[in-house]
Design a protein around this ligand. Structure first.
Ligand SMILES: NC(=O)c1ccc[n+]([C@@H]2O[C@H](COP(=O)([O-])OP(=O)(O)OC[C@H]3O[C@@H](n4cnc5c(N)ncnc54)[C@H](OP(=O)(O)O)[C@@H]3O)[C@@H](O)[C@H]2O)c1
Length: 343
């Protein structure tokens, strides 16, 4: 590909969108040509101002997707708005019709086929028709509880069972994250928020299991995702944002299982709570050979997501048109050099 700048539009200038934008501004060979959001506090403002920079970037945040994409003609849209296919379907179709590649942090898009096979097929067909590629990625789903496990099976001649755990100490994460996992609530308040869907738990465990099974060609009987459970504080925990007393909710946990021939073959354990004594990501592959891997402390979720999104940009530009998943791309890696070198 000719060495022009890779032109990017930021779609969703929220917490992750702002981190991605700042990271891209530091990179060579890439240019942010547009920014899209619906938040009235952001629309009409210069992106530099919303990023907290002391300079204007000349990129005005707009809620007019067609105008931004037809005027800027980007190579890729980095899409970071919402978690569910039902919510982002029209947003994605609105990008695809411009023939623009998409890297999205929408959790369900990491393996949308198990959510809505019809919509996944429509997205795939539309992308092929318009000659662009769509990828759902992130740190989790997207890497730690799926892609990394898939890569770790590479030296195995036999795989019997995969157990993956992610334990996050939320005390050192941002305030909205601590709130999102219910830290500081009573058990009753937590249950009510689960019922009202104000607390959803981790989105993507089902997608991670399906992605692993699809890579290994395991025909699962079913995927079971247990309801979100509170983690109860045994000791007082004080963070910059919450004060959790013993007996109150420190965070949440969730378990999901992939069942094949009546046996549990993929188990995912997700825990995020304030005051966790150790935070880690671990993968156990029981097979020949058995492989145990542990990352300690666990990979930082926000930065990990930014890294995955940014590093997948050249892969998505180069990929064949259609809806792809992390198992379809060539070996993922960092992009420390000029982004154009990876095309
Ligand atoms: N896969 C992963 O590992 C991973 C990791 C991190 C985050 N995520 C997901 O990525 C998404 C973004 O995360 P975040 O923390 O940045 O969320 P956030 O802070 O809520 O930011 C989302 C931004 O998108 C805007 N938005 C919502 N709907 C929109 C639409 N239809 N068109 C344009 N903009 C729209 C929001 O505006 P309003 O505030 O006005 O709604 C907000 O400014 C979330 O769904 C999150 O769960 C995935």
């Amino acid at each position: 590909m000719a060495l022009e700048k890779i032109k990017v539009v930021i779609y969703g200038v929220g917490a992750i969108g702002r981190m991605v934008a700042k990271t891209l501004l530091e990179k060579e060979g890439i240019e942010i040509v547009g920014a899209i959001d619906v938040d009235p506090n952001k629309v009409g403002k210069d992106l530099g101002e919303i990023l907290g920079l002391d300079r204007k970037l000349g990129v005005i945040i707009s809620n007019d997707v067609d105008k931004v994409l037809s005027e800027t003609k980007p190579h890729v849209v980095v899409h970071m708005t919402q978690s569910y296919i039902e919510k982002v379907y029209d947003q994605l179709m609105g990008i695809i019709k411009h023939g623009v590649n998409i890297v999205s942090t929408c959790e369900e898009l990491s393996y949308p086929h198990i959510v809505d096979i019809k919509k996944a097929k429509e997205l795939d067909e539309a992308a092929k028709r318009h000659g662009c590629t769509i990828l759902g990625t992130g740190i989790n789903p997207g890497f730690l509880m799926d892609t990394l496990a898939i890569i770790l099976t590479s030296p195995c001649v036999k795989v019997d069972k995969i157990t993956i755990s992610r334990v996050i100490n939320a005390s050192i994460r941002r305030g909205p994250f601590q709130k999102k996992i219910g830290a500081g609530l009573t058990i009753e308040e937590f249950k009510k928020k689960i019922e009202n869907k104000e607390i959803t738990g981790h989105v993507g465990l089902e997608q991670s299991i399906a992605l692993i099974a699809s890579a290994l060609k395991w025909n699962l009987d079913k995927i079971e995702v247990e309801p979100v459970q509170p983690v109860i504080a045994e000791k007082p925990v004080k963070t910059d944002y919450v004060d959790v007393k013993p007996g109150q909710v420190a965070g949440l946990m969730q378990i999901a299982r992939g069942i094949m021939d009546g046996k549990e073959v993929i188990i995912l354990n997700f825990k995020a709570y304030v005051g966790a004594p150790e935070e880690y990501d671990s993968i156990l592959i029981e097979g020949t050979p058995t492989i145990r891997q542990k990352i300690s402390p666990c990979v930082h979720g926000d930065w990990g997501t930014v890294g995955m999104v940014v590093n997948m940009i050249p892969k998505v530009i180069k990929a064949s048109p259609g809806l792809i998943t992390m198992k379809d791309i060539t070996l993922p890696h960092a992009t420390p050099e000029d982004m154009r070198k990876y095309l």
